[in-house]
Design a binder for this molecule. Structure first.
Ligand code: LLP
Length: 419
């Protein structure tokens, strides 16, 4: 459920009319509902209450400061995957003791920053990375906690580009290597090998892959127990799917019902890393119609947002519901809804039955809160769109629209070409 609803024929976010925001900030823009964020976080918290998990919001899904602060105020920690994300989390005074750091390619600079910040856990993805963290920890005279991200080799039954838990993927450590590392922990006195991490993919709509992965984890923990190895944490990653079209994903309650017994059996402290579930349906991308073009074969509704704003349809063939912001009696015909960018991949919908809108009308691309703005680019020298958050009847810009000058700030002509 979310807080984008039609009232008197107009799309509203909580108590704010989307068209009022458009009138004030121009288009395109991202709009987030504070209440939806709170609601989704609370759903996970309540469903999994029996294991009192640390919920580390996967900020790769949406790193807007207002979103992060909303999460931190609810007691969330953060799953970060870069030095930049770490700094951004610290910028809103996130508790470093609630930050976990995953990435297959952590640099020395990032490892130093994370150790110095005092994060809870490194989720380590390879033996060379473990050795690097150990070396740096020794230099800094620290002893950070590490969880090994294991690759359970299970299919997540989702889009191939967002599947991460099979041995074809670059992520995690195969179980044999992980066991070897854990058995030789004496070789790493400057790190505490204190947990396991598992994340098998994203937009997973059924419980089966989670159960499969956790079954592997339990089997592995039993092997480790026999090896005399004791751990403290199990980080089960993210991946819970949401409704974009007609998916019927498990609710937080359903998933908890299915996997709580496994989590309880581990006896470990549980960490979760949900991203999309919390923020996916808490955001929309609002755009304005520029032209309706009919080439005799096909109709195209051309809007002012492009794949540089939301790349998911181009990259994953992702479906996003699109609605006119003001309900219209206009007839519906099949059309492509596209952006202005010079690529055929620049589309939001293909062959969609949609009302024949006119220039200036507003449309909303729904479920754009996760992996929307964060994946935006400046392709075609387009400034990124602003982000706005609504709370009740108030709204504020939390990130300004990028201007041309913003884009030029870091670029100069080489001296041999200047003048
Ligand atoms: N933890 C780890 C280690 C991850 O790699 C991810 C997502 C998450 C947590 C959060 O997963 P979520 O709960 O959001 O499913 N750009 C793609 C999704 C990429 C997901 C990357 N990893 C998309 O737009 O569908």
């Amino acid at each position: 459920m979310h807080d984008f609803k039609f009232k008197n024929g107009e799309l509203c976010c909580e108590q704010v009319k989307v068209s009022d925001v458009a009138a004030q900030v121009g288009t395109p823009f991202y709009l987030y509902s504070h209440h939806t964020l709170v609601d989704h976080f609370t759903k996970i918290e309540q469903a999994f209450a029996p294991v009192r998990p640390l919920i580390c919001f996967a900020m790769k899904a949406n790193d807007n400061l207002a979103v992060l602060k909303t999460m931190a105020n609810l007691g969330a920690g953060f799953d970060v995957v870069s030095g930049g994300e770490l700094k951004k989390a610290l910028r809103i005074n996130a508790d470093p003791a609630k930050i976990v750091f995953a990435s297959v390619g952590k640099t020395e600079e990032e490892i130093v920053a994370a150790i110095q910040a005092g994060i809870l856990l490194f989720n380590v993805e390879s033996l060379p990375e473990l050795e690097e963290i150990h070396r740096i920890a020794q230099q800094l005279n620290r002893r950070p906690q590490v969880a090994l991200r294991i690759n359970p080799d299970v299919k997540a039954l989702t889009h191939t580009k967002i599947t991460t838990g099979t041995l074809k993927n670059k992520f995690g450590i195969d179980m044999r290597t992980a066991r070897k590392i854990l058995k030789s922990s004496a070789r790493y006195p400057h790190i505490q090998l204190s947990g396991l991490h598992v994340h098998i993919g994203s937009q997973i709509t059924t419980r089966a892959p989670f159960i499969k992965a956790l079954t592997r984890v339990l089997e592995f923990l039993e092997v480790l127990r026999q090896d005399g190895i004791r751990l403290e944490y199990l980080d089960i990653g993210g991946g819970m799917g949401i409704i974009y079209k007609d998916e019927q994903p498990q609710t937080a309650k359903d998933l908890a019902g299915a996997i709580l017994p496994y989590l309880q059996k581990t006896g470990l402290k549980i960490i979760m890393e949900p991203g999309r579930f919390i923020v996916g349906n808490a955001g929309i991308l609002v755009s304005r119609v520029l032209y309706l073009k009919d080439n005799g074969f096909k109709k195209f509704l051309i809007v002012d947002a492009g794949m540089n704003d939301l790349i998911r349809p181009a990259l994953y063939d992702a479906y996003h519901e699109i609605v006119p912001v003001v309900v219209t009696p206009r007839r519906k015909v099949k059309m492509d809804i596209v952006g202005p960018i010079c690529e055929s991949g620049d589309f939001f919908a293909k062959d969609r039955l949609f009302p024949v809108l006119k220039k200036g009308d507003l449309v909303a691309v729904m479920s754009a809160g996760a992996y929307g703005y964060v994946m935006a680019s400046n392709y075609n020298v387009r400034g990124r769109s602003p982000e706005i958050m609504v709370k009740g009847s108030a709204f504020e810009i939390t990130k300004q629209r990028e201007t041309f000058e913003d884009l030029m700030r870091t670029e100069t002509l080489p001296t041999f070409l200047a003048g």
